[in-house]
Every structure is written in C-alpha cells, then in structure tokens.
Design a protein around this ligand. Structure first.
Ligand code: SF4
Length: 69
C-alpha cells in the first residue's frame, strides 16, 4: 500500500503513537483516526477531536504501523 499523507490535524497528535489508534482511509481518500479504546468503553469517543495533546488512556504502540494496518 502506498503511503498516504496524514491530514494536518493529525500531525503531532498523541494518538499517532498509541496502540489504540487505527487509521482508516475512506473510498474518497479521506483519512480518519479511530480510537479502538472507544470500541470497548462506550463512554469514550471512537473518533476523538484532533489533535489530542494528552490522553489518560494512551499506551505506547510497540510497532509502528502504516495507514490502513
Ligand atoms: S486512547 Fe487516547 S491517545 Fe490512544 S488513540 Fe484513543 S484517544 Fe488517542
């Protein structure tokens, strides 16, 4: 898969280094950040407002991943 540029709003977001984040590319090429913590905790947003500066649920991702993985 070719690398897709990150939207400016995501650049510098705490989410990018978090194990819960998943980057989703729509059919039109828009990139969204899904917080998978929000899938297990209903009170947590699945699509948090970006950029996130600090987050109490942040957990460092151990392996860097590319878009869509
Ligand atoms: S847990 Fe927090 S830092 Fe991690 S992806 Fe969700 S909102 Fe971002």
């Amino acid at each position: 898969m070719a690398d897709i540029p990150l939207p400016v709003v995501l650049q510098g977001s705490r989410c990018l280094g978090c194990k819960y984040r998943r980057l989703i590319t729509s059919g039109s090429g828009s990139v969204f950040l899904l917080c998978q913590y929000g899938l297990v905790e209903e009170s947590w947003p699945k699509y948090p407002s970006q950029p996130v500066a600090e987050c109490r649920h942040f957990q460092e991702a151990r392996i860097a991943t590319k878009l869509g993985e």
